[in-house]
Design a protein around this ligand. Sequence first.
Ligand code: HEC
Ligand code: HEC
Length: 315
Amino acid sequence: MRKSIIFISGAIILILASMAFVIEKEKKTAVKLGKLLFNEKILSKDSSVSCASCHKPEFAFADTTAFSFGINKTTTSRNTPSVLNMKNRPYFFWDGRAASLDEQALMPIENPNEMGLPIKEAIKRLNESTFYKDYFLKVFGSLPNEKNLAAAFATFESSLETDNSRFDDWSYGKKTLTESEQRGREIFVGDKAKCFDCHWMEDFTDDDFKNIGLFDGMKLNDSGRFRINQKKEDIGKFKTPGLRNVAVTAPYMHNGMFKTLEEVIDYYNDPFKVVPNAQNIDASLKQPLGLTDTEKKDLVAFLKTLTDKAFEPKK
Ligand code: HEC
Ligand code: HEC
């Protein structure tokens, strides 16, 4: 008798638990809606491109080419950055022209080189879908509109924080780094390489605009922040990118001109060797750093510890 009571109550608990699991799984949230929309191609003019076409989830939400393809095989004019760890950023885009994720979110939809669809048309398409109408109503209590569409993207993107790298394990005292990685960390924060002057704070960015020498007004003619504010001192400045997961997001820089981290380090070691007529370069980079081959390797080894385990190559 007792045994069967135990058995029945055990079974009931199991059923309830699995029901809760199913409900939880089906619970409609802004994050899940944002994720669906991030992968939704109907938000591009010819329904061929979604945000995820360029911000590829398997490459830490960046792209693997210098410039990405939008609709009609047009290409973007800058390299696609990762959209991970955006939550605490005060600026978006390489030149910082958007001040919030909400403000940023609708720009790629209208951008003719990206998704090329007027926002009004995007909202109309979503309102023609029973699935999305229902989803937006459940999550926001209103039908799809510009505001809640932007909010859905922003909420999803804010959920994409990564803090489970080998570097994090090390900083919580859980695991050690190899000797080379530790040396690399010391070089990174030290006075010789000066990386930490700009790539600091928890996501390895100062959330500021700097010119590292990739503007010469000739071949390299993207003036970056200057285009937004026309301030002379900002010529050639770009947003300092965060470096979490950087091993997964090649190629590098606003124009994707470096294919590997080794190339990036070689560049920093002696910028003028690569761009002899760099204009307005940051004072800290005017002299060659004089890194040895081992120091360069150590720096790369350190940068690779910043990869979240979700993006570590599968063994
Ligand atoms: C055709 C490729 C492409 C598509 C599609 C695309 N993006 Fe981007 N995204 C880029 C490029 C290129 C940049 C950098 C542009 C710049 O800085 O001028 C960028 C920048 C961003 C940034 C700023 C990141 C940072 O570090 O400041 C966010 C956030 C973002 N995109 C989100 C989205 C969302 C959301 C969508 C879909 C609605 C989307 N992107 C669609 C290529 C794309
Ligand atoms: C003066 C500030 C400054 C210093 C010092 C600096 N960086 Fe940067 N870093 C930037 C800026 C700004 C960019 C983007 C430049 C661009 O695209 O034109 C960048 C880009 C990068 C990128 C490419 C990231 C991507 O997603 O494309 C890597 C990697 C990087 N830096 C690593 C380092 C390392 C390693 C050092 C030290 C040797 C260093 N940085 C020193 C400001 C700086």
